[in-house]
Design a protein around this ligand. Structure first.
Ligand code: SF4
Length: 254
């Protein structure tokens, strides 16, 4: 069970109005300007946190963050099933960018013991596994934050085409900021080269999106970058970004 308090309808209406306002005000801003505004402290956003998977493209958003505020809070969800390369990359990239507040949020050990004592839930019930190891872990961590920032982009997958810069996470009652929402694959690749960013060690092996080891495979030419996640199953998202519970502000505008 998730530990987060569900938002009231009144609170959701307030958040939707804020998201509409910010999307309008920020429509011409660059990603770094969006991050700067997000961390500037305002009536609307007081305590944001950036959630990073330290995956194949994560260095871009983390580098932008390091230009704005090296002591900004970053959280990494440790599911217990990450590739060793990802854990090493998290340490090395954090050091290279000089980020000082990267926290690791771990799965509740009692819940893991109760629901997945053998560590096999991902084989038969991947949705339940993601709920236990990712969604509930993020819920617990986000209790103290009023907004979170993600590296999601429209170009990553067909499920993300409607993604906007500012959304309302209706499940958690938080604002969600996506500074890279409109960045293309080419822009991401160019930014990495121009800024000489450390690459995830598995990127060169065809892992264009890196999740948990049992559920991630390399992609082949022509596939979208998330095609290697839960390959062979109908599952497309882990639930952190459940789009059935996200309101993009312009969609909800009257
Ligand atoms: S990606 Fe796979 S191993 Fe990781 S939490 Fe989801 S189902 Fe479990």
């Amino acid at each position: 069970m998730s530990s987060i308090k569900r938002p009231s309808p009144i609170e959701l209406t307030r958040l939707e109005a804020v998201a509409r306002r910010l999307n309008g005000a920020w429509s011409e801003l660059t990603a770094v300007e969006i991050l700067r505004n997000t961390f500037a402290g305002s009536l609307f956003i007081k305590n944001p946190v950036l959630v990073s998977s330290f995956g194949a493209d994560s260095a871009v958003l983390l580098h932008l963050l390091s230009l704005v505020e090296k002591s900004a809070e970053v959280v990494f969800l440790d599911t217990g099933f990450h590739f060793d390369e990802t854990l090493t990359y998290r340490r090395e990239l954090t050091r290279a960018l000089g980020l000082t507040k990267v926290r690791v949020a771990r799965v509740d050990p009692l819940a893991a013991k109760r629901h997945d004592a053998l560590g096999r839930l991902h084989r038969d019930q991947p949705d339940a596994c993601c709920q236990l190891r990712k969604v509930n872990t993020l819920d617990r961590h986000l209790r103290m934050n009023d907004a979170w920032i993600s590296g999601q982009r429209q170009a990553q997958a067909s499920t993300r085409l409607e993604l906007q810069c500012v959304e309302v996470d209706r499940l958690r009652g938080k604002l969600k900021i996506n500074p890279l929402a409109q960045w293309s694959e080419d822009e991401i690749a160019t930014y990495k080269v121009v800024n000489n960013l450390l690459e995830h060690p598995l990127a060169s092996e065809g892992f264009l999106s890196v999740g948990c080891a049992p559920c991630t495979s390399p992609v082949i030419a022509g596939e979208d970058s998330r095609a290697g996640r839960w390959r062979g199953s109908a599952k497309l998202e882990c639930g952190l970004h459940d789009r059935t519970h996200i309101i993009a502000s312009s969609e909800s505008a009257a």
